[in-house]
Ligand binder design. Structure first.
Ligand code: SR1
Ligand code: MG
Length: 416
């Protein structure tokens, strides 16, 4: 009787008008609510609903991939994972996600805080906005959510229950497993790339080292059930003002490697960097490029330092227990172990970042950073250095020592 039915601008007021958690907040008569559908992502419906006293976001999953249509079915249960991920992220990193007011599992519907005057981070970076807080805010978000969702922090039974809860997010993991880790590296049916890149694409698809390393990263992605990751932490999953940073859309959440979120986010900064030359019609983006390299440094160093702080002050889980070293110098042992963990995060972050850069240029789901460059030959000239940079960091990740080294490479590739 309560079977799933997609909302429309017309039906939303009547259908949600008697739900107290929604109608009570919005205020006024439902017939007077102003409803707009604004979803521009690849998967879901998103409505902005302005009531008499408040405005809310109503997000509803569709039983298929919106980007492709009903030929690609996708379970509604992704809304359940998004809801549970949002509640955990709010606990682990308070104030970083939109407040959730209501969830209906059957209707795959979440009512949440309308963030205003926030805009999508990707859009801000395309426009050339230098946001002062994102490096620190996103570094803290990742350290807190990734550390506190792991066996470094949680009670083992709680973590295992969550591991089981999110283990059912099979279809969204399947999207990532195929679209991110495999499709870019062969002529998969849904792939596309900018004309002008053919020769480079052919070279990459016949690069044995690259293809082996990409599969090694996929191996890590599917097997390292380390923490609850956001799972799709690109610059389209972040909303910003100069003073506030919020992370949205964790429907891809599952228990995976910590470095996946870090690598995907930093890859999106690097793609913003390589796309800047394509957005110079109204003036130089030299300052924006320098800003993006600083943001990458700040995001990584904030993440690393906060992770180390949590390691030293909140390590209450079953891993690296301080009690093991009580008869020795437990401070030294703990720091030695921390160095290993951070070193692995750094190396894996680079591998995941390079692959994310490739899939956004070679696969199905492209980035507005590059797609908004209308001149195809200019676009290809921005994408080619990004592809080469991505290849370098995937294949050489074990030898790369610092971000400064990668700044120099990025500058050299960008200048041709
Ligand atoms: C078919 S879904 C394509 C992409 O959109 C989502 O935002 C994820 O990034 C996914 O890989
Ligand atoms: Mg999304």
């Amino acid at each position: 009787e309560n079977a799933f039915e997609a909302l429309t601008v017309e039906t939303l007021p009547e259908r949600l008008g008697n739900i107290p958690e929604i109608a009570g907040r919005l205020g006024g008569a439902p017939a007077g609510w102003k409803v707009r559908e604004v979803g521009d992502g690849n998967l879901n419906l998103v409505f902005i609903v302005e009531g008499g006293s408040e405005t809310l976001i109503i997000k509803q999953a569709l039983p298929y991939v919106r980007l492709v249509g009903d030929s690609w079915p996708l379970p509604l249960k992704r809304s359940f994972f998004e809801y549970h991920a949002l509640t955990r992220q709010e606990e682990r990193a308070p104030g970083t996600v939109p407040a959730v007011h209501y969830f209906d599992e059957t209707q795959a519907l979440i009512a949440m805080e309308f963030l205003s005057p926030h805009i999508i981070l990707r859009r801000a970076l395309i426009e050339g906005q230098e946001l002062p807080k994102i490096g620190r805010d996103l570094g803290l978000f990742m350290a807190r959510t990734l550390f506190r969702g792991s066996d470094l922090s949680m009670k083992a039974a709680d973590r295992k229950a969550d591991l089981a809860l999110f283990a059912d997010n099979i279809d969204l993991c399947d999207i990532t497993e195929n679209l991110v880790f495999s499709d870019p590296y062969f002529e998969a049916p849904m792939n596309r790339h900018t004309p002008g890149l053919d020769a480079l694409v052919k070279e990459l698809r016949s690069d044995r080292d690259l293809k082996v390393e990409a599969q090694r990263m996929k191996h890590l992605f599917v097997s390292k059930a380390e923490t609850m990751v956001h799972g799709d932490l690109h610059s389209g999953s972040v909303m910003v003002t100069p003073d506030d940073t919020r992370i949205i859309d964790p429907e891809f959440a599952f228990y995976g490697p910590m470095a996946f979120d870090v690598g995907m986010l930093i890859a999106n900064y690097w793609m913003a960097y390589f796309s800047q030359r394509g957005h110079e019609e109204n003036g130089s983006r030299a300052s924006m490029r320098a800003y993006l390299l600083r943001v990458i440094e700040e995001t990584w160093s904030t993440f690393r330092d906060e992770f180390a702080h949590l390691w030293r002050t909140e390590r209450s889980g079953i891993l690296y227990q301080a009690a093991l070293y009580e008869d020795q110098d437990d401070g030294l042992a703990s720091e030695q172990a921390l160095n290993h963990v951070i070193h692995d995060l750094w190396t894996d972050m680079l591998g995941f970042a390079g692959i994310e850069m490739h899939r956004r240029i070679l696969g199905l789901a492209h980035n507005a950073d590059f797609e908004d460059i209308a001149d195809e030959s200019l676009r290809a000239s921005c994408e080619a250095p990004a592809l080469k940079f991505g290849r370098h960091i995937v294949v050489n990740r074990n030898k790369i020592q610092s971000l400064a080294e990668l700044d120099r490479l990025a500058e050299a590739l960008d200048q041709g």
